[in-house]
Design a protein around this ligand. Structure first.
Ligand code: DCP
Ligand code: MG
Length: 378
């Protein structure tokens, strides 16, 4: 199929099929470090090797970027550019843990998640009840409220545009490109913006007078094929038109669903803790129900004022997604924590050990085929 032959109506129908959200955390490692150490906030911060070693910068805060510091730069050069920079070694265990928490926020909306690294993923939200833009907003605000970190997101008809869009309004910005805007969005972009076009290819294309997407579309097909070969000429033309038919390659299936909340002030009163647990349980319950899931293991997570964290779990005989049951189990699990001695800064509830609700007769109301409403009373 030759992309040059696509009519604009054809392109439009290809673009209408999918809704993709690309989420990318802002200066990820540096943001996690600054979150967990107030002394680092607002300062030019470099996460990576020390400048006196042969280390490199993994990432840096936006304050350091103002001095020209960038990922993959030698730390010694970073120090030269920004002598007041603070250097911190990376803590991958922590970044992996946060990455898991981000993923569990994504999973509230879709199971079609394709992670690209610890800090970014594509989400396919085609056919979701909520608008894709609303989902992106909810994800970014949950990341901010629950994890105290910021993310940027791109909402688009495919992976190509969603990834470019998430980078357009960084930090803490959401960019939406609707199907009818796709071609106009791509046209002025440098070819380097296309995922897969690195510095070498960029140079080769520039030598042919191809700098921006629109340059490719203005060239004769024969010229492109002659210089780039048929395959690359066609795939490049598609990309420049804003077409990308790749699907979201999600890995694995959901194993748990959780919500957590970090409080602005540590809380100690039993009453407040119970009301927080009731609220979290109700969120977990509605999310499970909307996905037709029910689980046998309920986990309570508490992070004390001193940042020490505990999880306590209970496994029950029958899978449940009932809000009241989850709340009462969590209140019972409080007895296995130090909640009476130590105020908490975070509470979370997770449910795992899933049984697909639609297939689990034991959970069902008299008619297991009532589908959507099944298990409402747990
Ligand atoms: N990373 C790395 N080495 C690189 C690039 C990145 O170790 N050359 C790590 C550190 C980053 C994380 O991967 O925090 C995510 O990479 P991004 O490219 O998304 O960069 P950031 O999230 O740091 O910044 P941005 O706000 O630009 O996304
Ligand atoms: Mg990032």
């Amino acid at each position: 199929m030759e992309p040059q032959n696509y009519s604009s109506q054809n392109i439009h129908s290809i673009l209408l099929k999918r809704k993709v959200v690309h989420v990318d955390m802002d200066c990820f490692y540096a943001a996690v470090e600054a979150r967990d150490n107030p002394q680092l906030r607002g300062r030019p911060l470099v996460v990576g090797g020390k400048p006196n070693s042969r280390g490199v910068v993994a990432t840096c805060s936006y304050e350091a970027r103002k001095f020209g510091v960038r990922s993959a730069m030698a730390s010694a050069l970073a120090l030269k550019l920004c002598p007041e920079a603070i250097f911190v070694s990376p803590n991958f265990t922590k970044y992996k843990e946060v990455s898991g928490q981000i993923r569990s926020i994504f999973q509230r909306y879709t199971d079609k998640i394709e992670p690209l690294s610890l800090d970014e993923a594509y989400l396919d939200v085609t056919g979701h009840d909520l608008y894709a833009t609303k989902i992106a907003q909810l994800i970014c605000s949950s990341i901010a409220n629950e994890l105290c970190l910021t993310a940027s997101a791109g909402v688009a008809p495919n992976k190509l545009i969603a990834k470019i869009a998430s980078d357009t309004n960084k930090p803490n910005g959401i960019t939406v490109v609707r199907p009818h805007e796709a071609a106009a969005f791509m046209a002025p972009l440098k070819l380097r913006k296309i995922n897969g076009i690195g510095p070498v290819t960029e140079k080769r294309l520039a030598s042919l007078g191809l700098l921006h997407c629109r340059d490719v579309l203005e060239k004769e097909e024969g010229f492109l094929v002659q210089h780039l070969g048929e395959r690359f000429a066609y795939s490049l033309t598609e990309r420049c038109q804003g077409i990308d038919k790749r699907g979201i390659e999600s890995t694995g299936i959901r194993k748990s669903l959780s919500y957590e909340n970090t409080f602005s002030n540590d809380i100690a009163s039993r009453e407040r803790i119970h009301s927080e647990l009731t609220r979290l349980a109700s969120k977990v319950s509605s999310s499970l129900k909307s996905k037709h899931l029910a689980g046998k293991t309920i986990t309570l997570k508490a992070k004390y004022f001193d940042f020490k964290q505990v999880t306590r779990s209970k496994t029950i005989g029958q899978p449940s997604n009932c809000s009241e049951l989850i709340t009462s189990i969590c209140i019972e699990l409080l007895g296995k924590t130090q909640i009476d001695e130590k105020p908490v800064r975070l509470l979370g509830i997770g449910v795992s050990g899933f049984v697909d609700e639609a297939k689990e007769v034991s959970l069902a109301q008299p008619n297991p085929f009532l589908g959507m409403e099944m298990g409402q009373s747990g």
